[in-house]
Design a protein around this ligand. Structure first.
Ligand SMILES: [Zn+2]
Length: 251
């Protein structure tokens, strides 16, 4: 059995000491591939923590440049990154933290009918995108590919997380929200978002990703987690498979 090189052993020592991770779990994390959609308010803490934790291979999809208004919450970026493509600045930030991580960059905006074949090589898709149209599109593509999907959203003081895990006949994002047609107005660009709340929810998503990759028995599969940043209340709601779901029910 291959051992963990000393540099990496020291790097990850504090989490190798955790019962659910250990040396074997650390190797599993390093062999894992996670595709992160959106290198923004949620994507920034997700990418930072996944690279810090030694998830060996990360894909990043984004098509925006860094804007000064992003810096209040998108902690991957510096003031000197303003105007640069996010995927380029994100790769540098991730590599500075952990040079052992492989990065695939996808400078693209996901449109209806996009070629989803590259999703197949990833163990988990993590959606930190900020429009309902994109979330719905990603969710439907993941269901059609039977690809596990962790979806998150954040607005003002509240965030939500949901895990679709096809290996457990999970309910899907569309079971929960339907088709979301015509509800595009509600995103953080016009409602606003508290930077720390994006950080908390993104960090929870990174934590859920690590648990999913390790195969721990604790999971948010088929469960909606709602975080209220004003009261710090957490709610978990079990989502049943919707027999009228147009996305997953016949799969
Ligand atoms: Zn469904």
């Amino acid at each position: 059995m291959k051992t963990i090189p000393q540099d990496n052993f020291d790097r990850y020592l504090r989490q190798i000491l955790v019962k659910e991770i250990g040396g074997q779990g650390q190797k599993t994390l390093f062999k894992s591939k996670v595709l992160v959609l959106g290198a923004g308010g949620l994507g920034a803490p997700i990418l930072f923590y996944l690279s810090a934790a030694g998830i060996g291979h990360l894909g990043i999809i984004d098509h925006d440049n860094v804007d000064i208004s992003n810096l209040q919450r998108q902690i991957l970026y510096k003031t000197s990154d303003v105007g640069k493509p996010k995927i380029e600045a994100a790769e540098i930030a991730v590599k500075n933290l952990n040079p052992n991580i492989k990065i695939n960059k996808y400078d693209m905006k996901l449109e209806d009918g996009f070629d989803n074949s590259f999703f197949k090589s990833y163990d988990l898709v993590v959606d930190g995108s900020d429009t309902l149209h994109t979330k719905n599109l990603i969710a439907r593509n993941c269901v059609s590919l039977s690809k596990a999907l962790l979806t998150g959203s954040v607005s003002q003081w509240e965030g939500q997380i949901f895990l679709y895990d096809p290996s457990f006949a999970s309910s899907c994002y569309s079971c929960l929200y339907g088709d979301l047609v015509g509800t595009e107005k509600n995103n953080c660009n016009n409602l606003g978002v508290v930077g720390t709340v994006a950080g908390i929810v993104g960090t929870m998503m990174a934590s859920e990703t690590v648990k999913y990759l390790l195969g721990t028995q604790y999971s948010l599969k088929s469960t909606l987690l709602i975080y209220d940043g004003l009261s710090h209340e957490l709610k978990k709601i079990k989502v049943q498979k919707n027999q009228k779901c147009t996305s997953c029910f016949l799969i």
